[in-house]
Design a protein around this ligand. Structure first.
Ligand code: FE
Length: 235
């Protein structure tokens, strides 16, 4: 299976870029032994594979590069975690909205103009911490968080988040006590998750815009908490 995929990728890269790509059938066999180096003869990461596919689709006239650029620009610059941050801040300010958000995330974020995915919102509390992953690939709530970070797509995050979520969180700098239950949510193409983080202390006088500025992408994936405003932490 692995060898087949490698062969396909090799052919794809060669056809797309005209690049000289080494196709060594012995490479697959070398994976049977222990080693700590990476083989570089074939595309090592998803970005290269995507580039190869993109090149073929463009060459065949199936995809317009300008349309692709516009799509990527939209998600990088116009859509992004700020949308999700606005959703979170609204929920912190408006308890009725928060109830609607937890009952039907899709409908509630549509109130703010964000849509496209079936969305479930899970709330973090002092006793419960939610963590979002896509074990299969990289499903992510694009309309509210934009493009997923590289680590979200990594095999390590996807596998270890379900095996050892507390260990993964520790590596992100979040140490949870035993009294906090951890729940891991596995996203799919049909169902995406957004974490509603806990509102930090020291934010009572803040308006929605100020609150939204505190909310990070990582907190909405569940690998971090929202930190209190800087002035408050010096007390
Ligand atoms: Fe996925």
């Amino acid at each position: 299976m692995t060898t087949t995929r490698r062969d396909v990728l090799t052919a794809a890269l060669t056809a797309a870029a005209g690049a000289a790509v080494t196709s060594d059938p012995s490479l697959a066999q070398q994976h049977d032994h222990d080693h700590d180096h990476e083989h570089q003869a074939l595309p090592p990461d998803p970005a290269l594979r995507v580039k190869a596919l993109e090149s073929i689709l463009v060459a065949k006239g199936l995809v317009d590069p300008a349309a692709l650029d516009a799509l990527i620009d939209t998600y990088v610059h116009k859509v992004g975690p700020r949308n999700g941050a606005r959703v979170v801040a609204r929920a912190w300010m408006d308890s009725a909205f928060k109830q609607r958000l937890l009952a039907d995330g899709t409908a509630a974020v549509a109130e703010l103009g964000y849509g496209g995915d079936t969305l479930v919102v899970v709330e973090n509390t002092a006793k419960l911490h939610n963590l979002v992953v896509c074990t299969l690939c990289s499903c992510y709530p694009w309309p509210v968080l934009g493009l997923p970070p590289v680590w979200y797509k990594s095999a390590a995050y996807r596998s270890r988040s379900v095996i050892d979520p507390r260990g993964v969180l520790r590596e992100f700098g979040l140490e949870l006590g035993d009294e906090v239950e951890v729940r891991v949510w596995d996203s799919t193409a049909d169902l995406r998750y957004l974490v509603l983080p806990e509102r930090p202390a020291g934010t009572n006088g803040m308006n929605e815009e100020q609150l939204a500025a505190l909310v990070t992408r990582d907190a909405m994936v569940g690998v971090a908490r929202v930190s209190p405003p800087a002035k408050e932490t010096r007390v």
